[in-house]
Design a protein around this ligand. Structure first.
Ligand SMILES: N[C@@H](CCC(=O)N[C@@H](CS)C(=O)NCC(=O)O)C(=O)O
Length: 219
């Protein structure tokens, strides 16, 4: 069993970002293990064969390999800003739409060539951008009336969602900055400048695996 909690993470992954923010606000100490998605360490694969970041290995040996579950675990320990307060079905619905159907469209928009051989790397798919925008309309409507998704204070909904909107906004920044969604634009800018976000975006050295690489693959 590890001496401390361990987090396998990748800096630019929206799922890992939200997990890191949950851990940060809860004040939970852990060993940060920065990984490359194309070269995942054996220790991480051993912890969870799902092989997605983030993965949390608790000091009691328990593994949490879903970002939202890491947030809930951390906030269950300590929730100083009451992120969990508006614990409603509505909040969960808002989160599920973004990490589910919206994220599917986002990935097809951003990584278009991965889904269509006729496209080259870096090409975007505007049909999927349009489809993603449809999902964003209700969020824009909410933010036209309140500063945050669940009212006047930030909650789990905002923190679980904005890393995905960040990724969407960054695909074509000039387009996003027009701005297409003025209230979402302002809301996102607020979170990107927030200390909790900038602090979890600090760079970490890559984790060096202590499991020896098999010699058999060497020529
Ligand atoms: N449902 C998972 C999804 C995590 C996820 O898909 N992470 C991506 C990176 S952003 C990943 O690790 N992909 C595996 C890969 O690229 O090999 C969660 O919420 O933690």
């Amino acid at each position: 069993m590890p001496n401390s909690h361990i987090l396998y993470s990748f800096r630019r992954c929206p799922y890992a970002m939200r997990a890191r923010m949950g851990l940060k606000i809860a004040g939970i100490d852990y060993e940060h293990r920065e990984v490359l998605l194309r070269d995942k360490p054996a220790e991480m694969l051993q912890a969870s064969p799902k092989a997605t970041v983030p993965i949390m290995v608790l000091d009691n040996g328990r593994i949490i390999d879903e970002s939202f579950d890491i947030m809930l675990w951390a906030l269950g320990k300590n929730d100083p800003e009451n992120w969990l307060e508006p614990d409603t079905e509505h909040m969960l619905g808002l989160i599920k739409t973004i990490e589910g159907p919206f994220a599917q469209e986002l990935f097809r928009y951003k990584y278009a060539s991965f889904f269509d051989d006729s496209l080259k790397r870096g090409d975007v798919n505007l049909e999927h951008r349009d489809a993603a925008c449809v999902y964003l309309q209700p969020y824009e409507a909410i933010l036209a009336n309140t500063a945050y998704l669940m009212g006047d204070a930030p909650s789990l909904a905002d923190y679980a969602i904005f890393p995905f909107i960040r990724q969407f906004a960054a695909v074509e920044k000039q387009w996003w900055d027009k701005p297409q969604f003025p209230h979402l634009h302002k809301w996102l800018a607020h979170f990107l400048a927030a200390e909790i976000f900038t602090s979890v975006m600090q760079k970490h050295p890559l984790f060096v695996s202590s499991v020896p690489v098999e010699k058999s693959s060497a020529r």
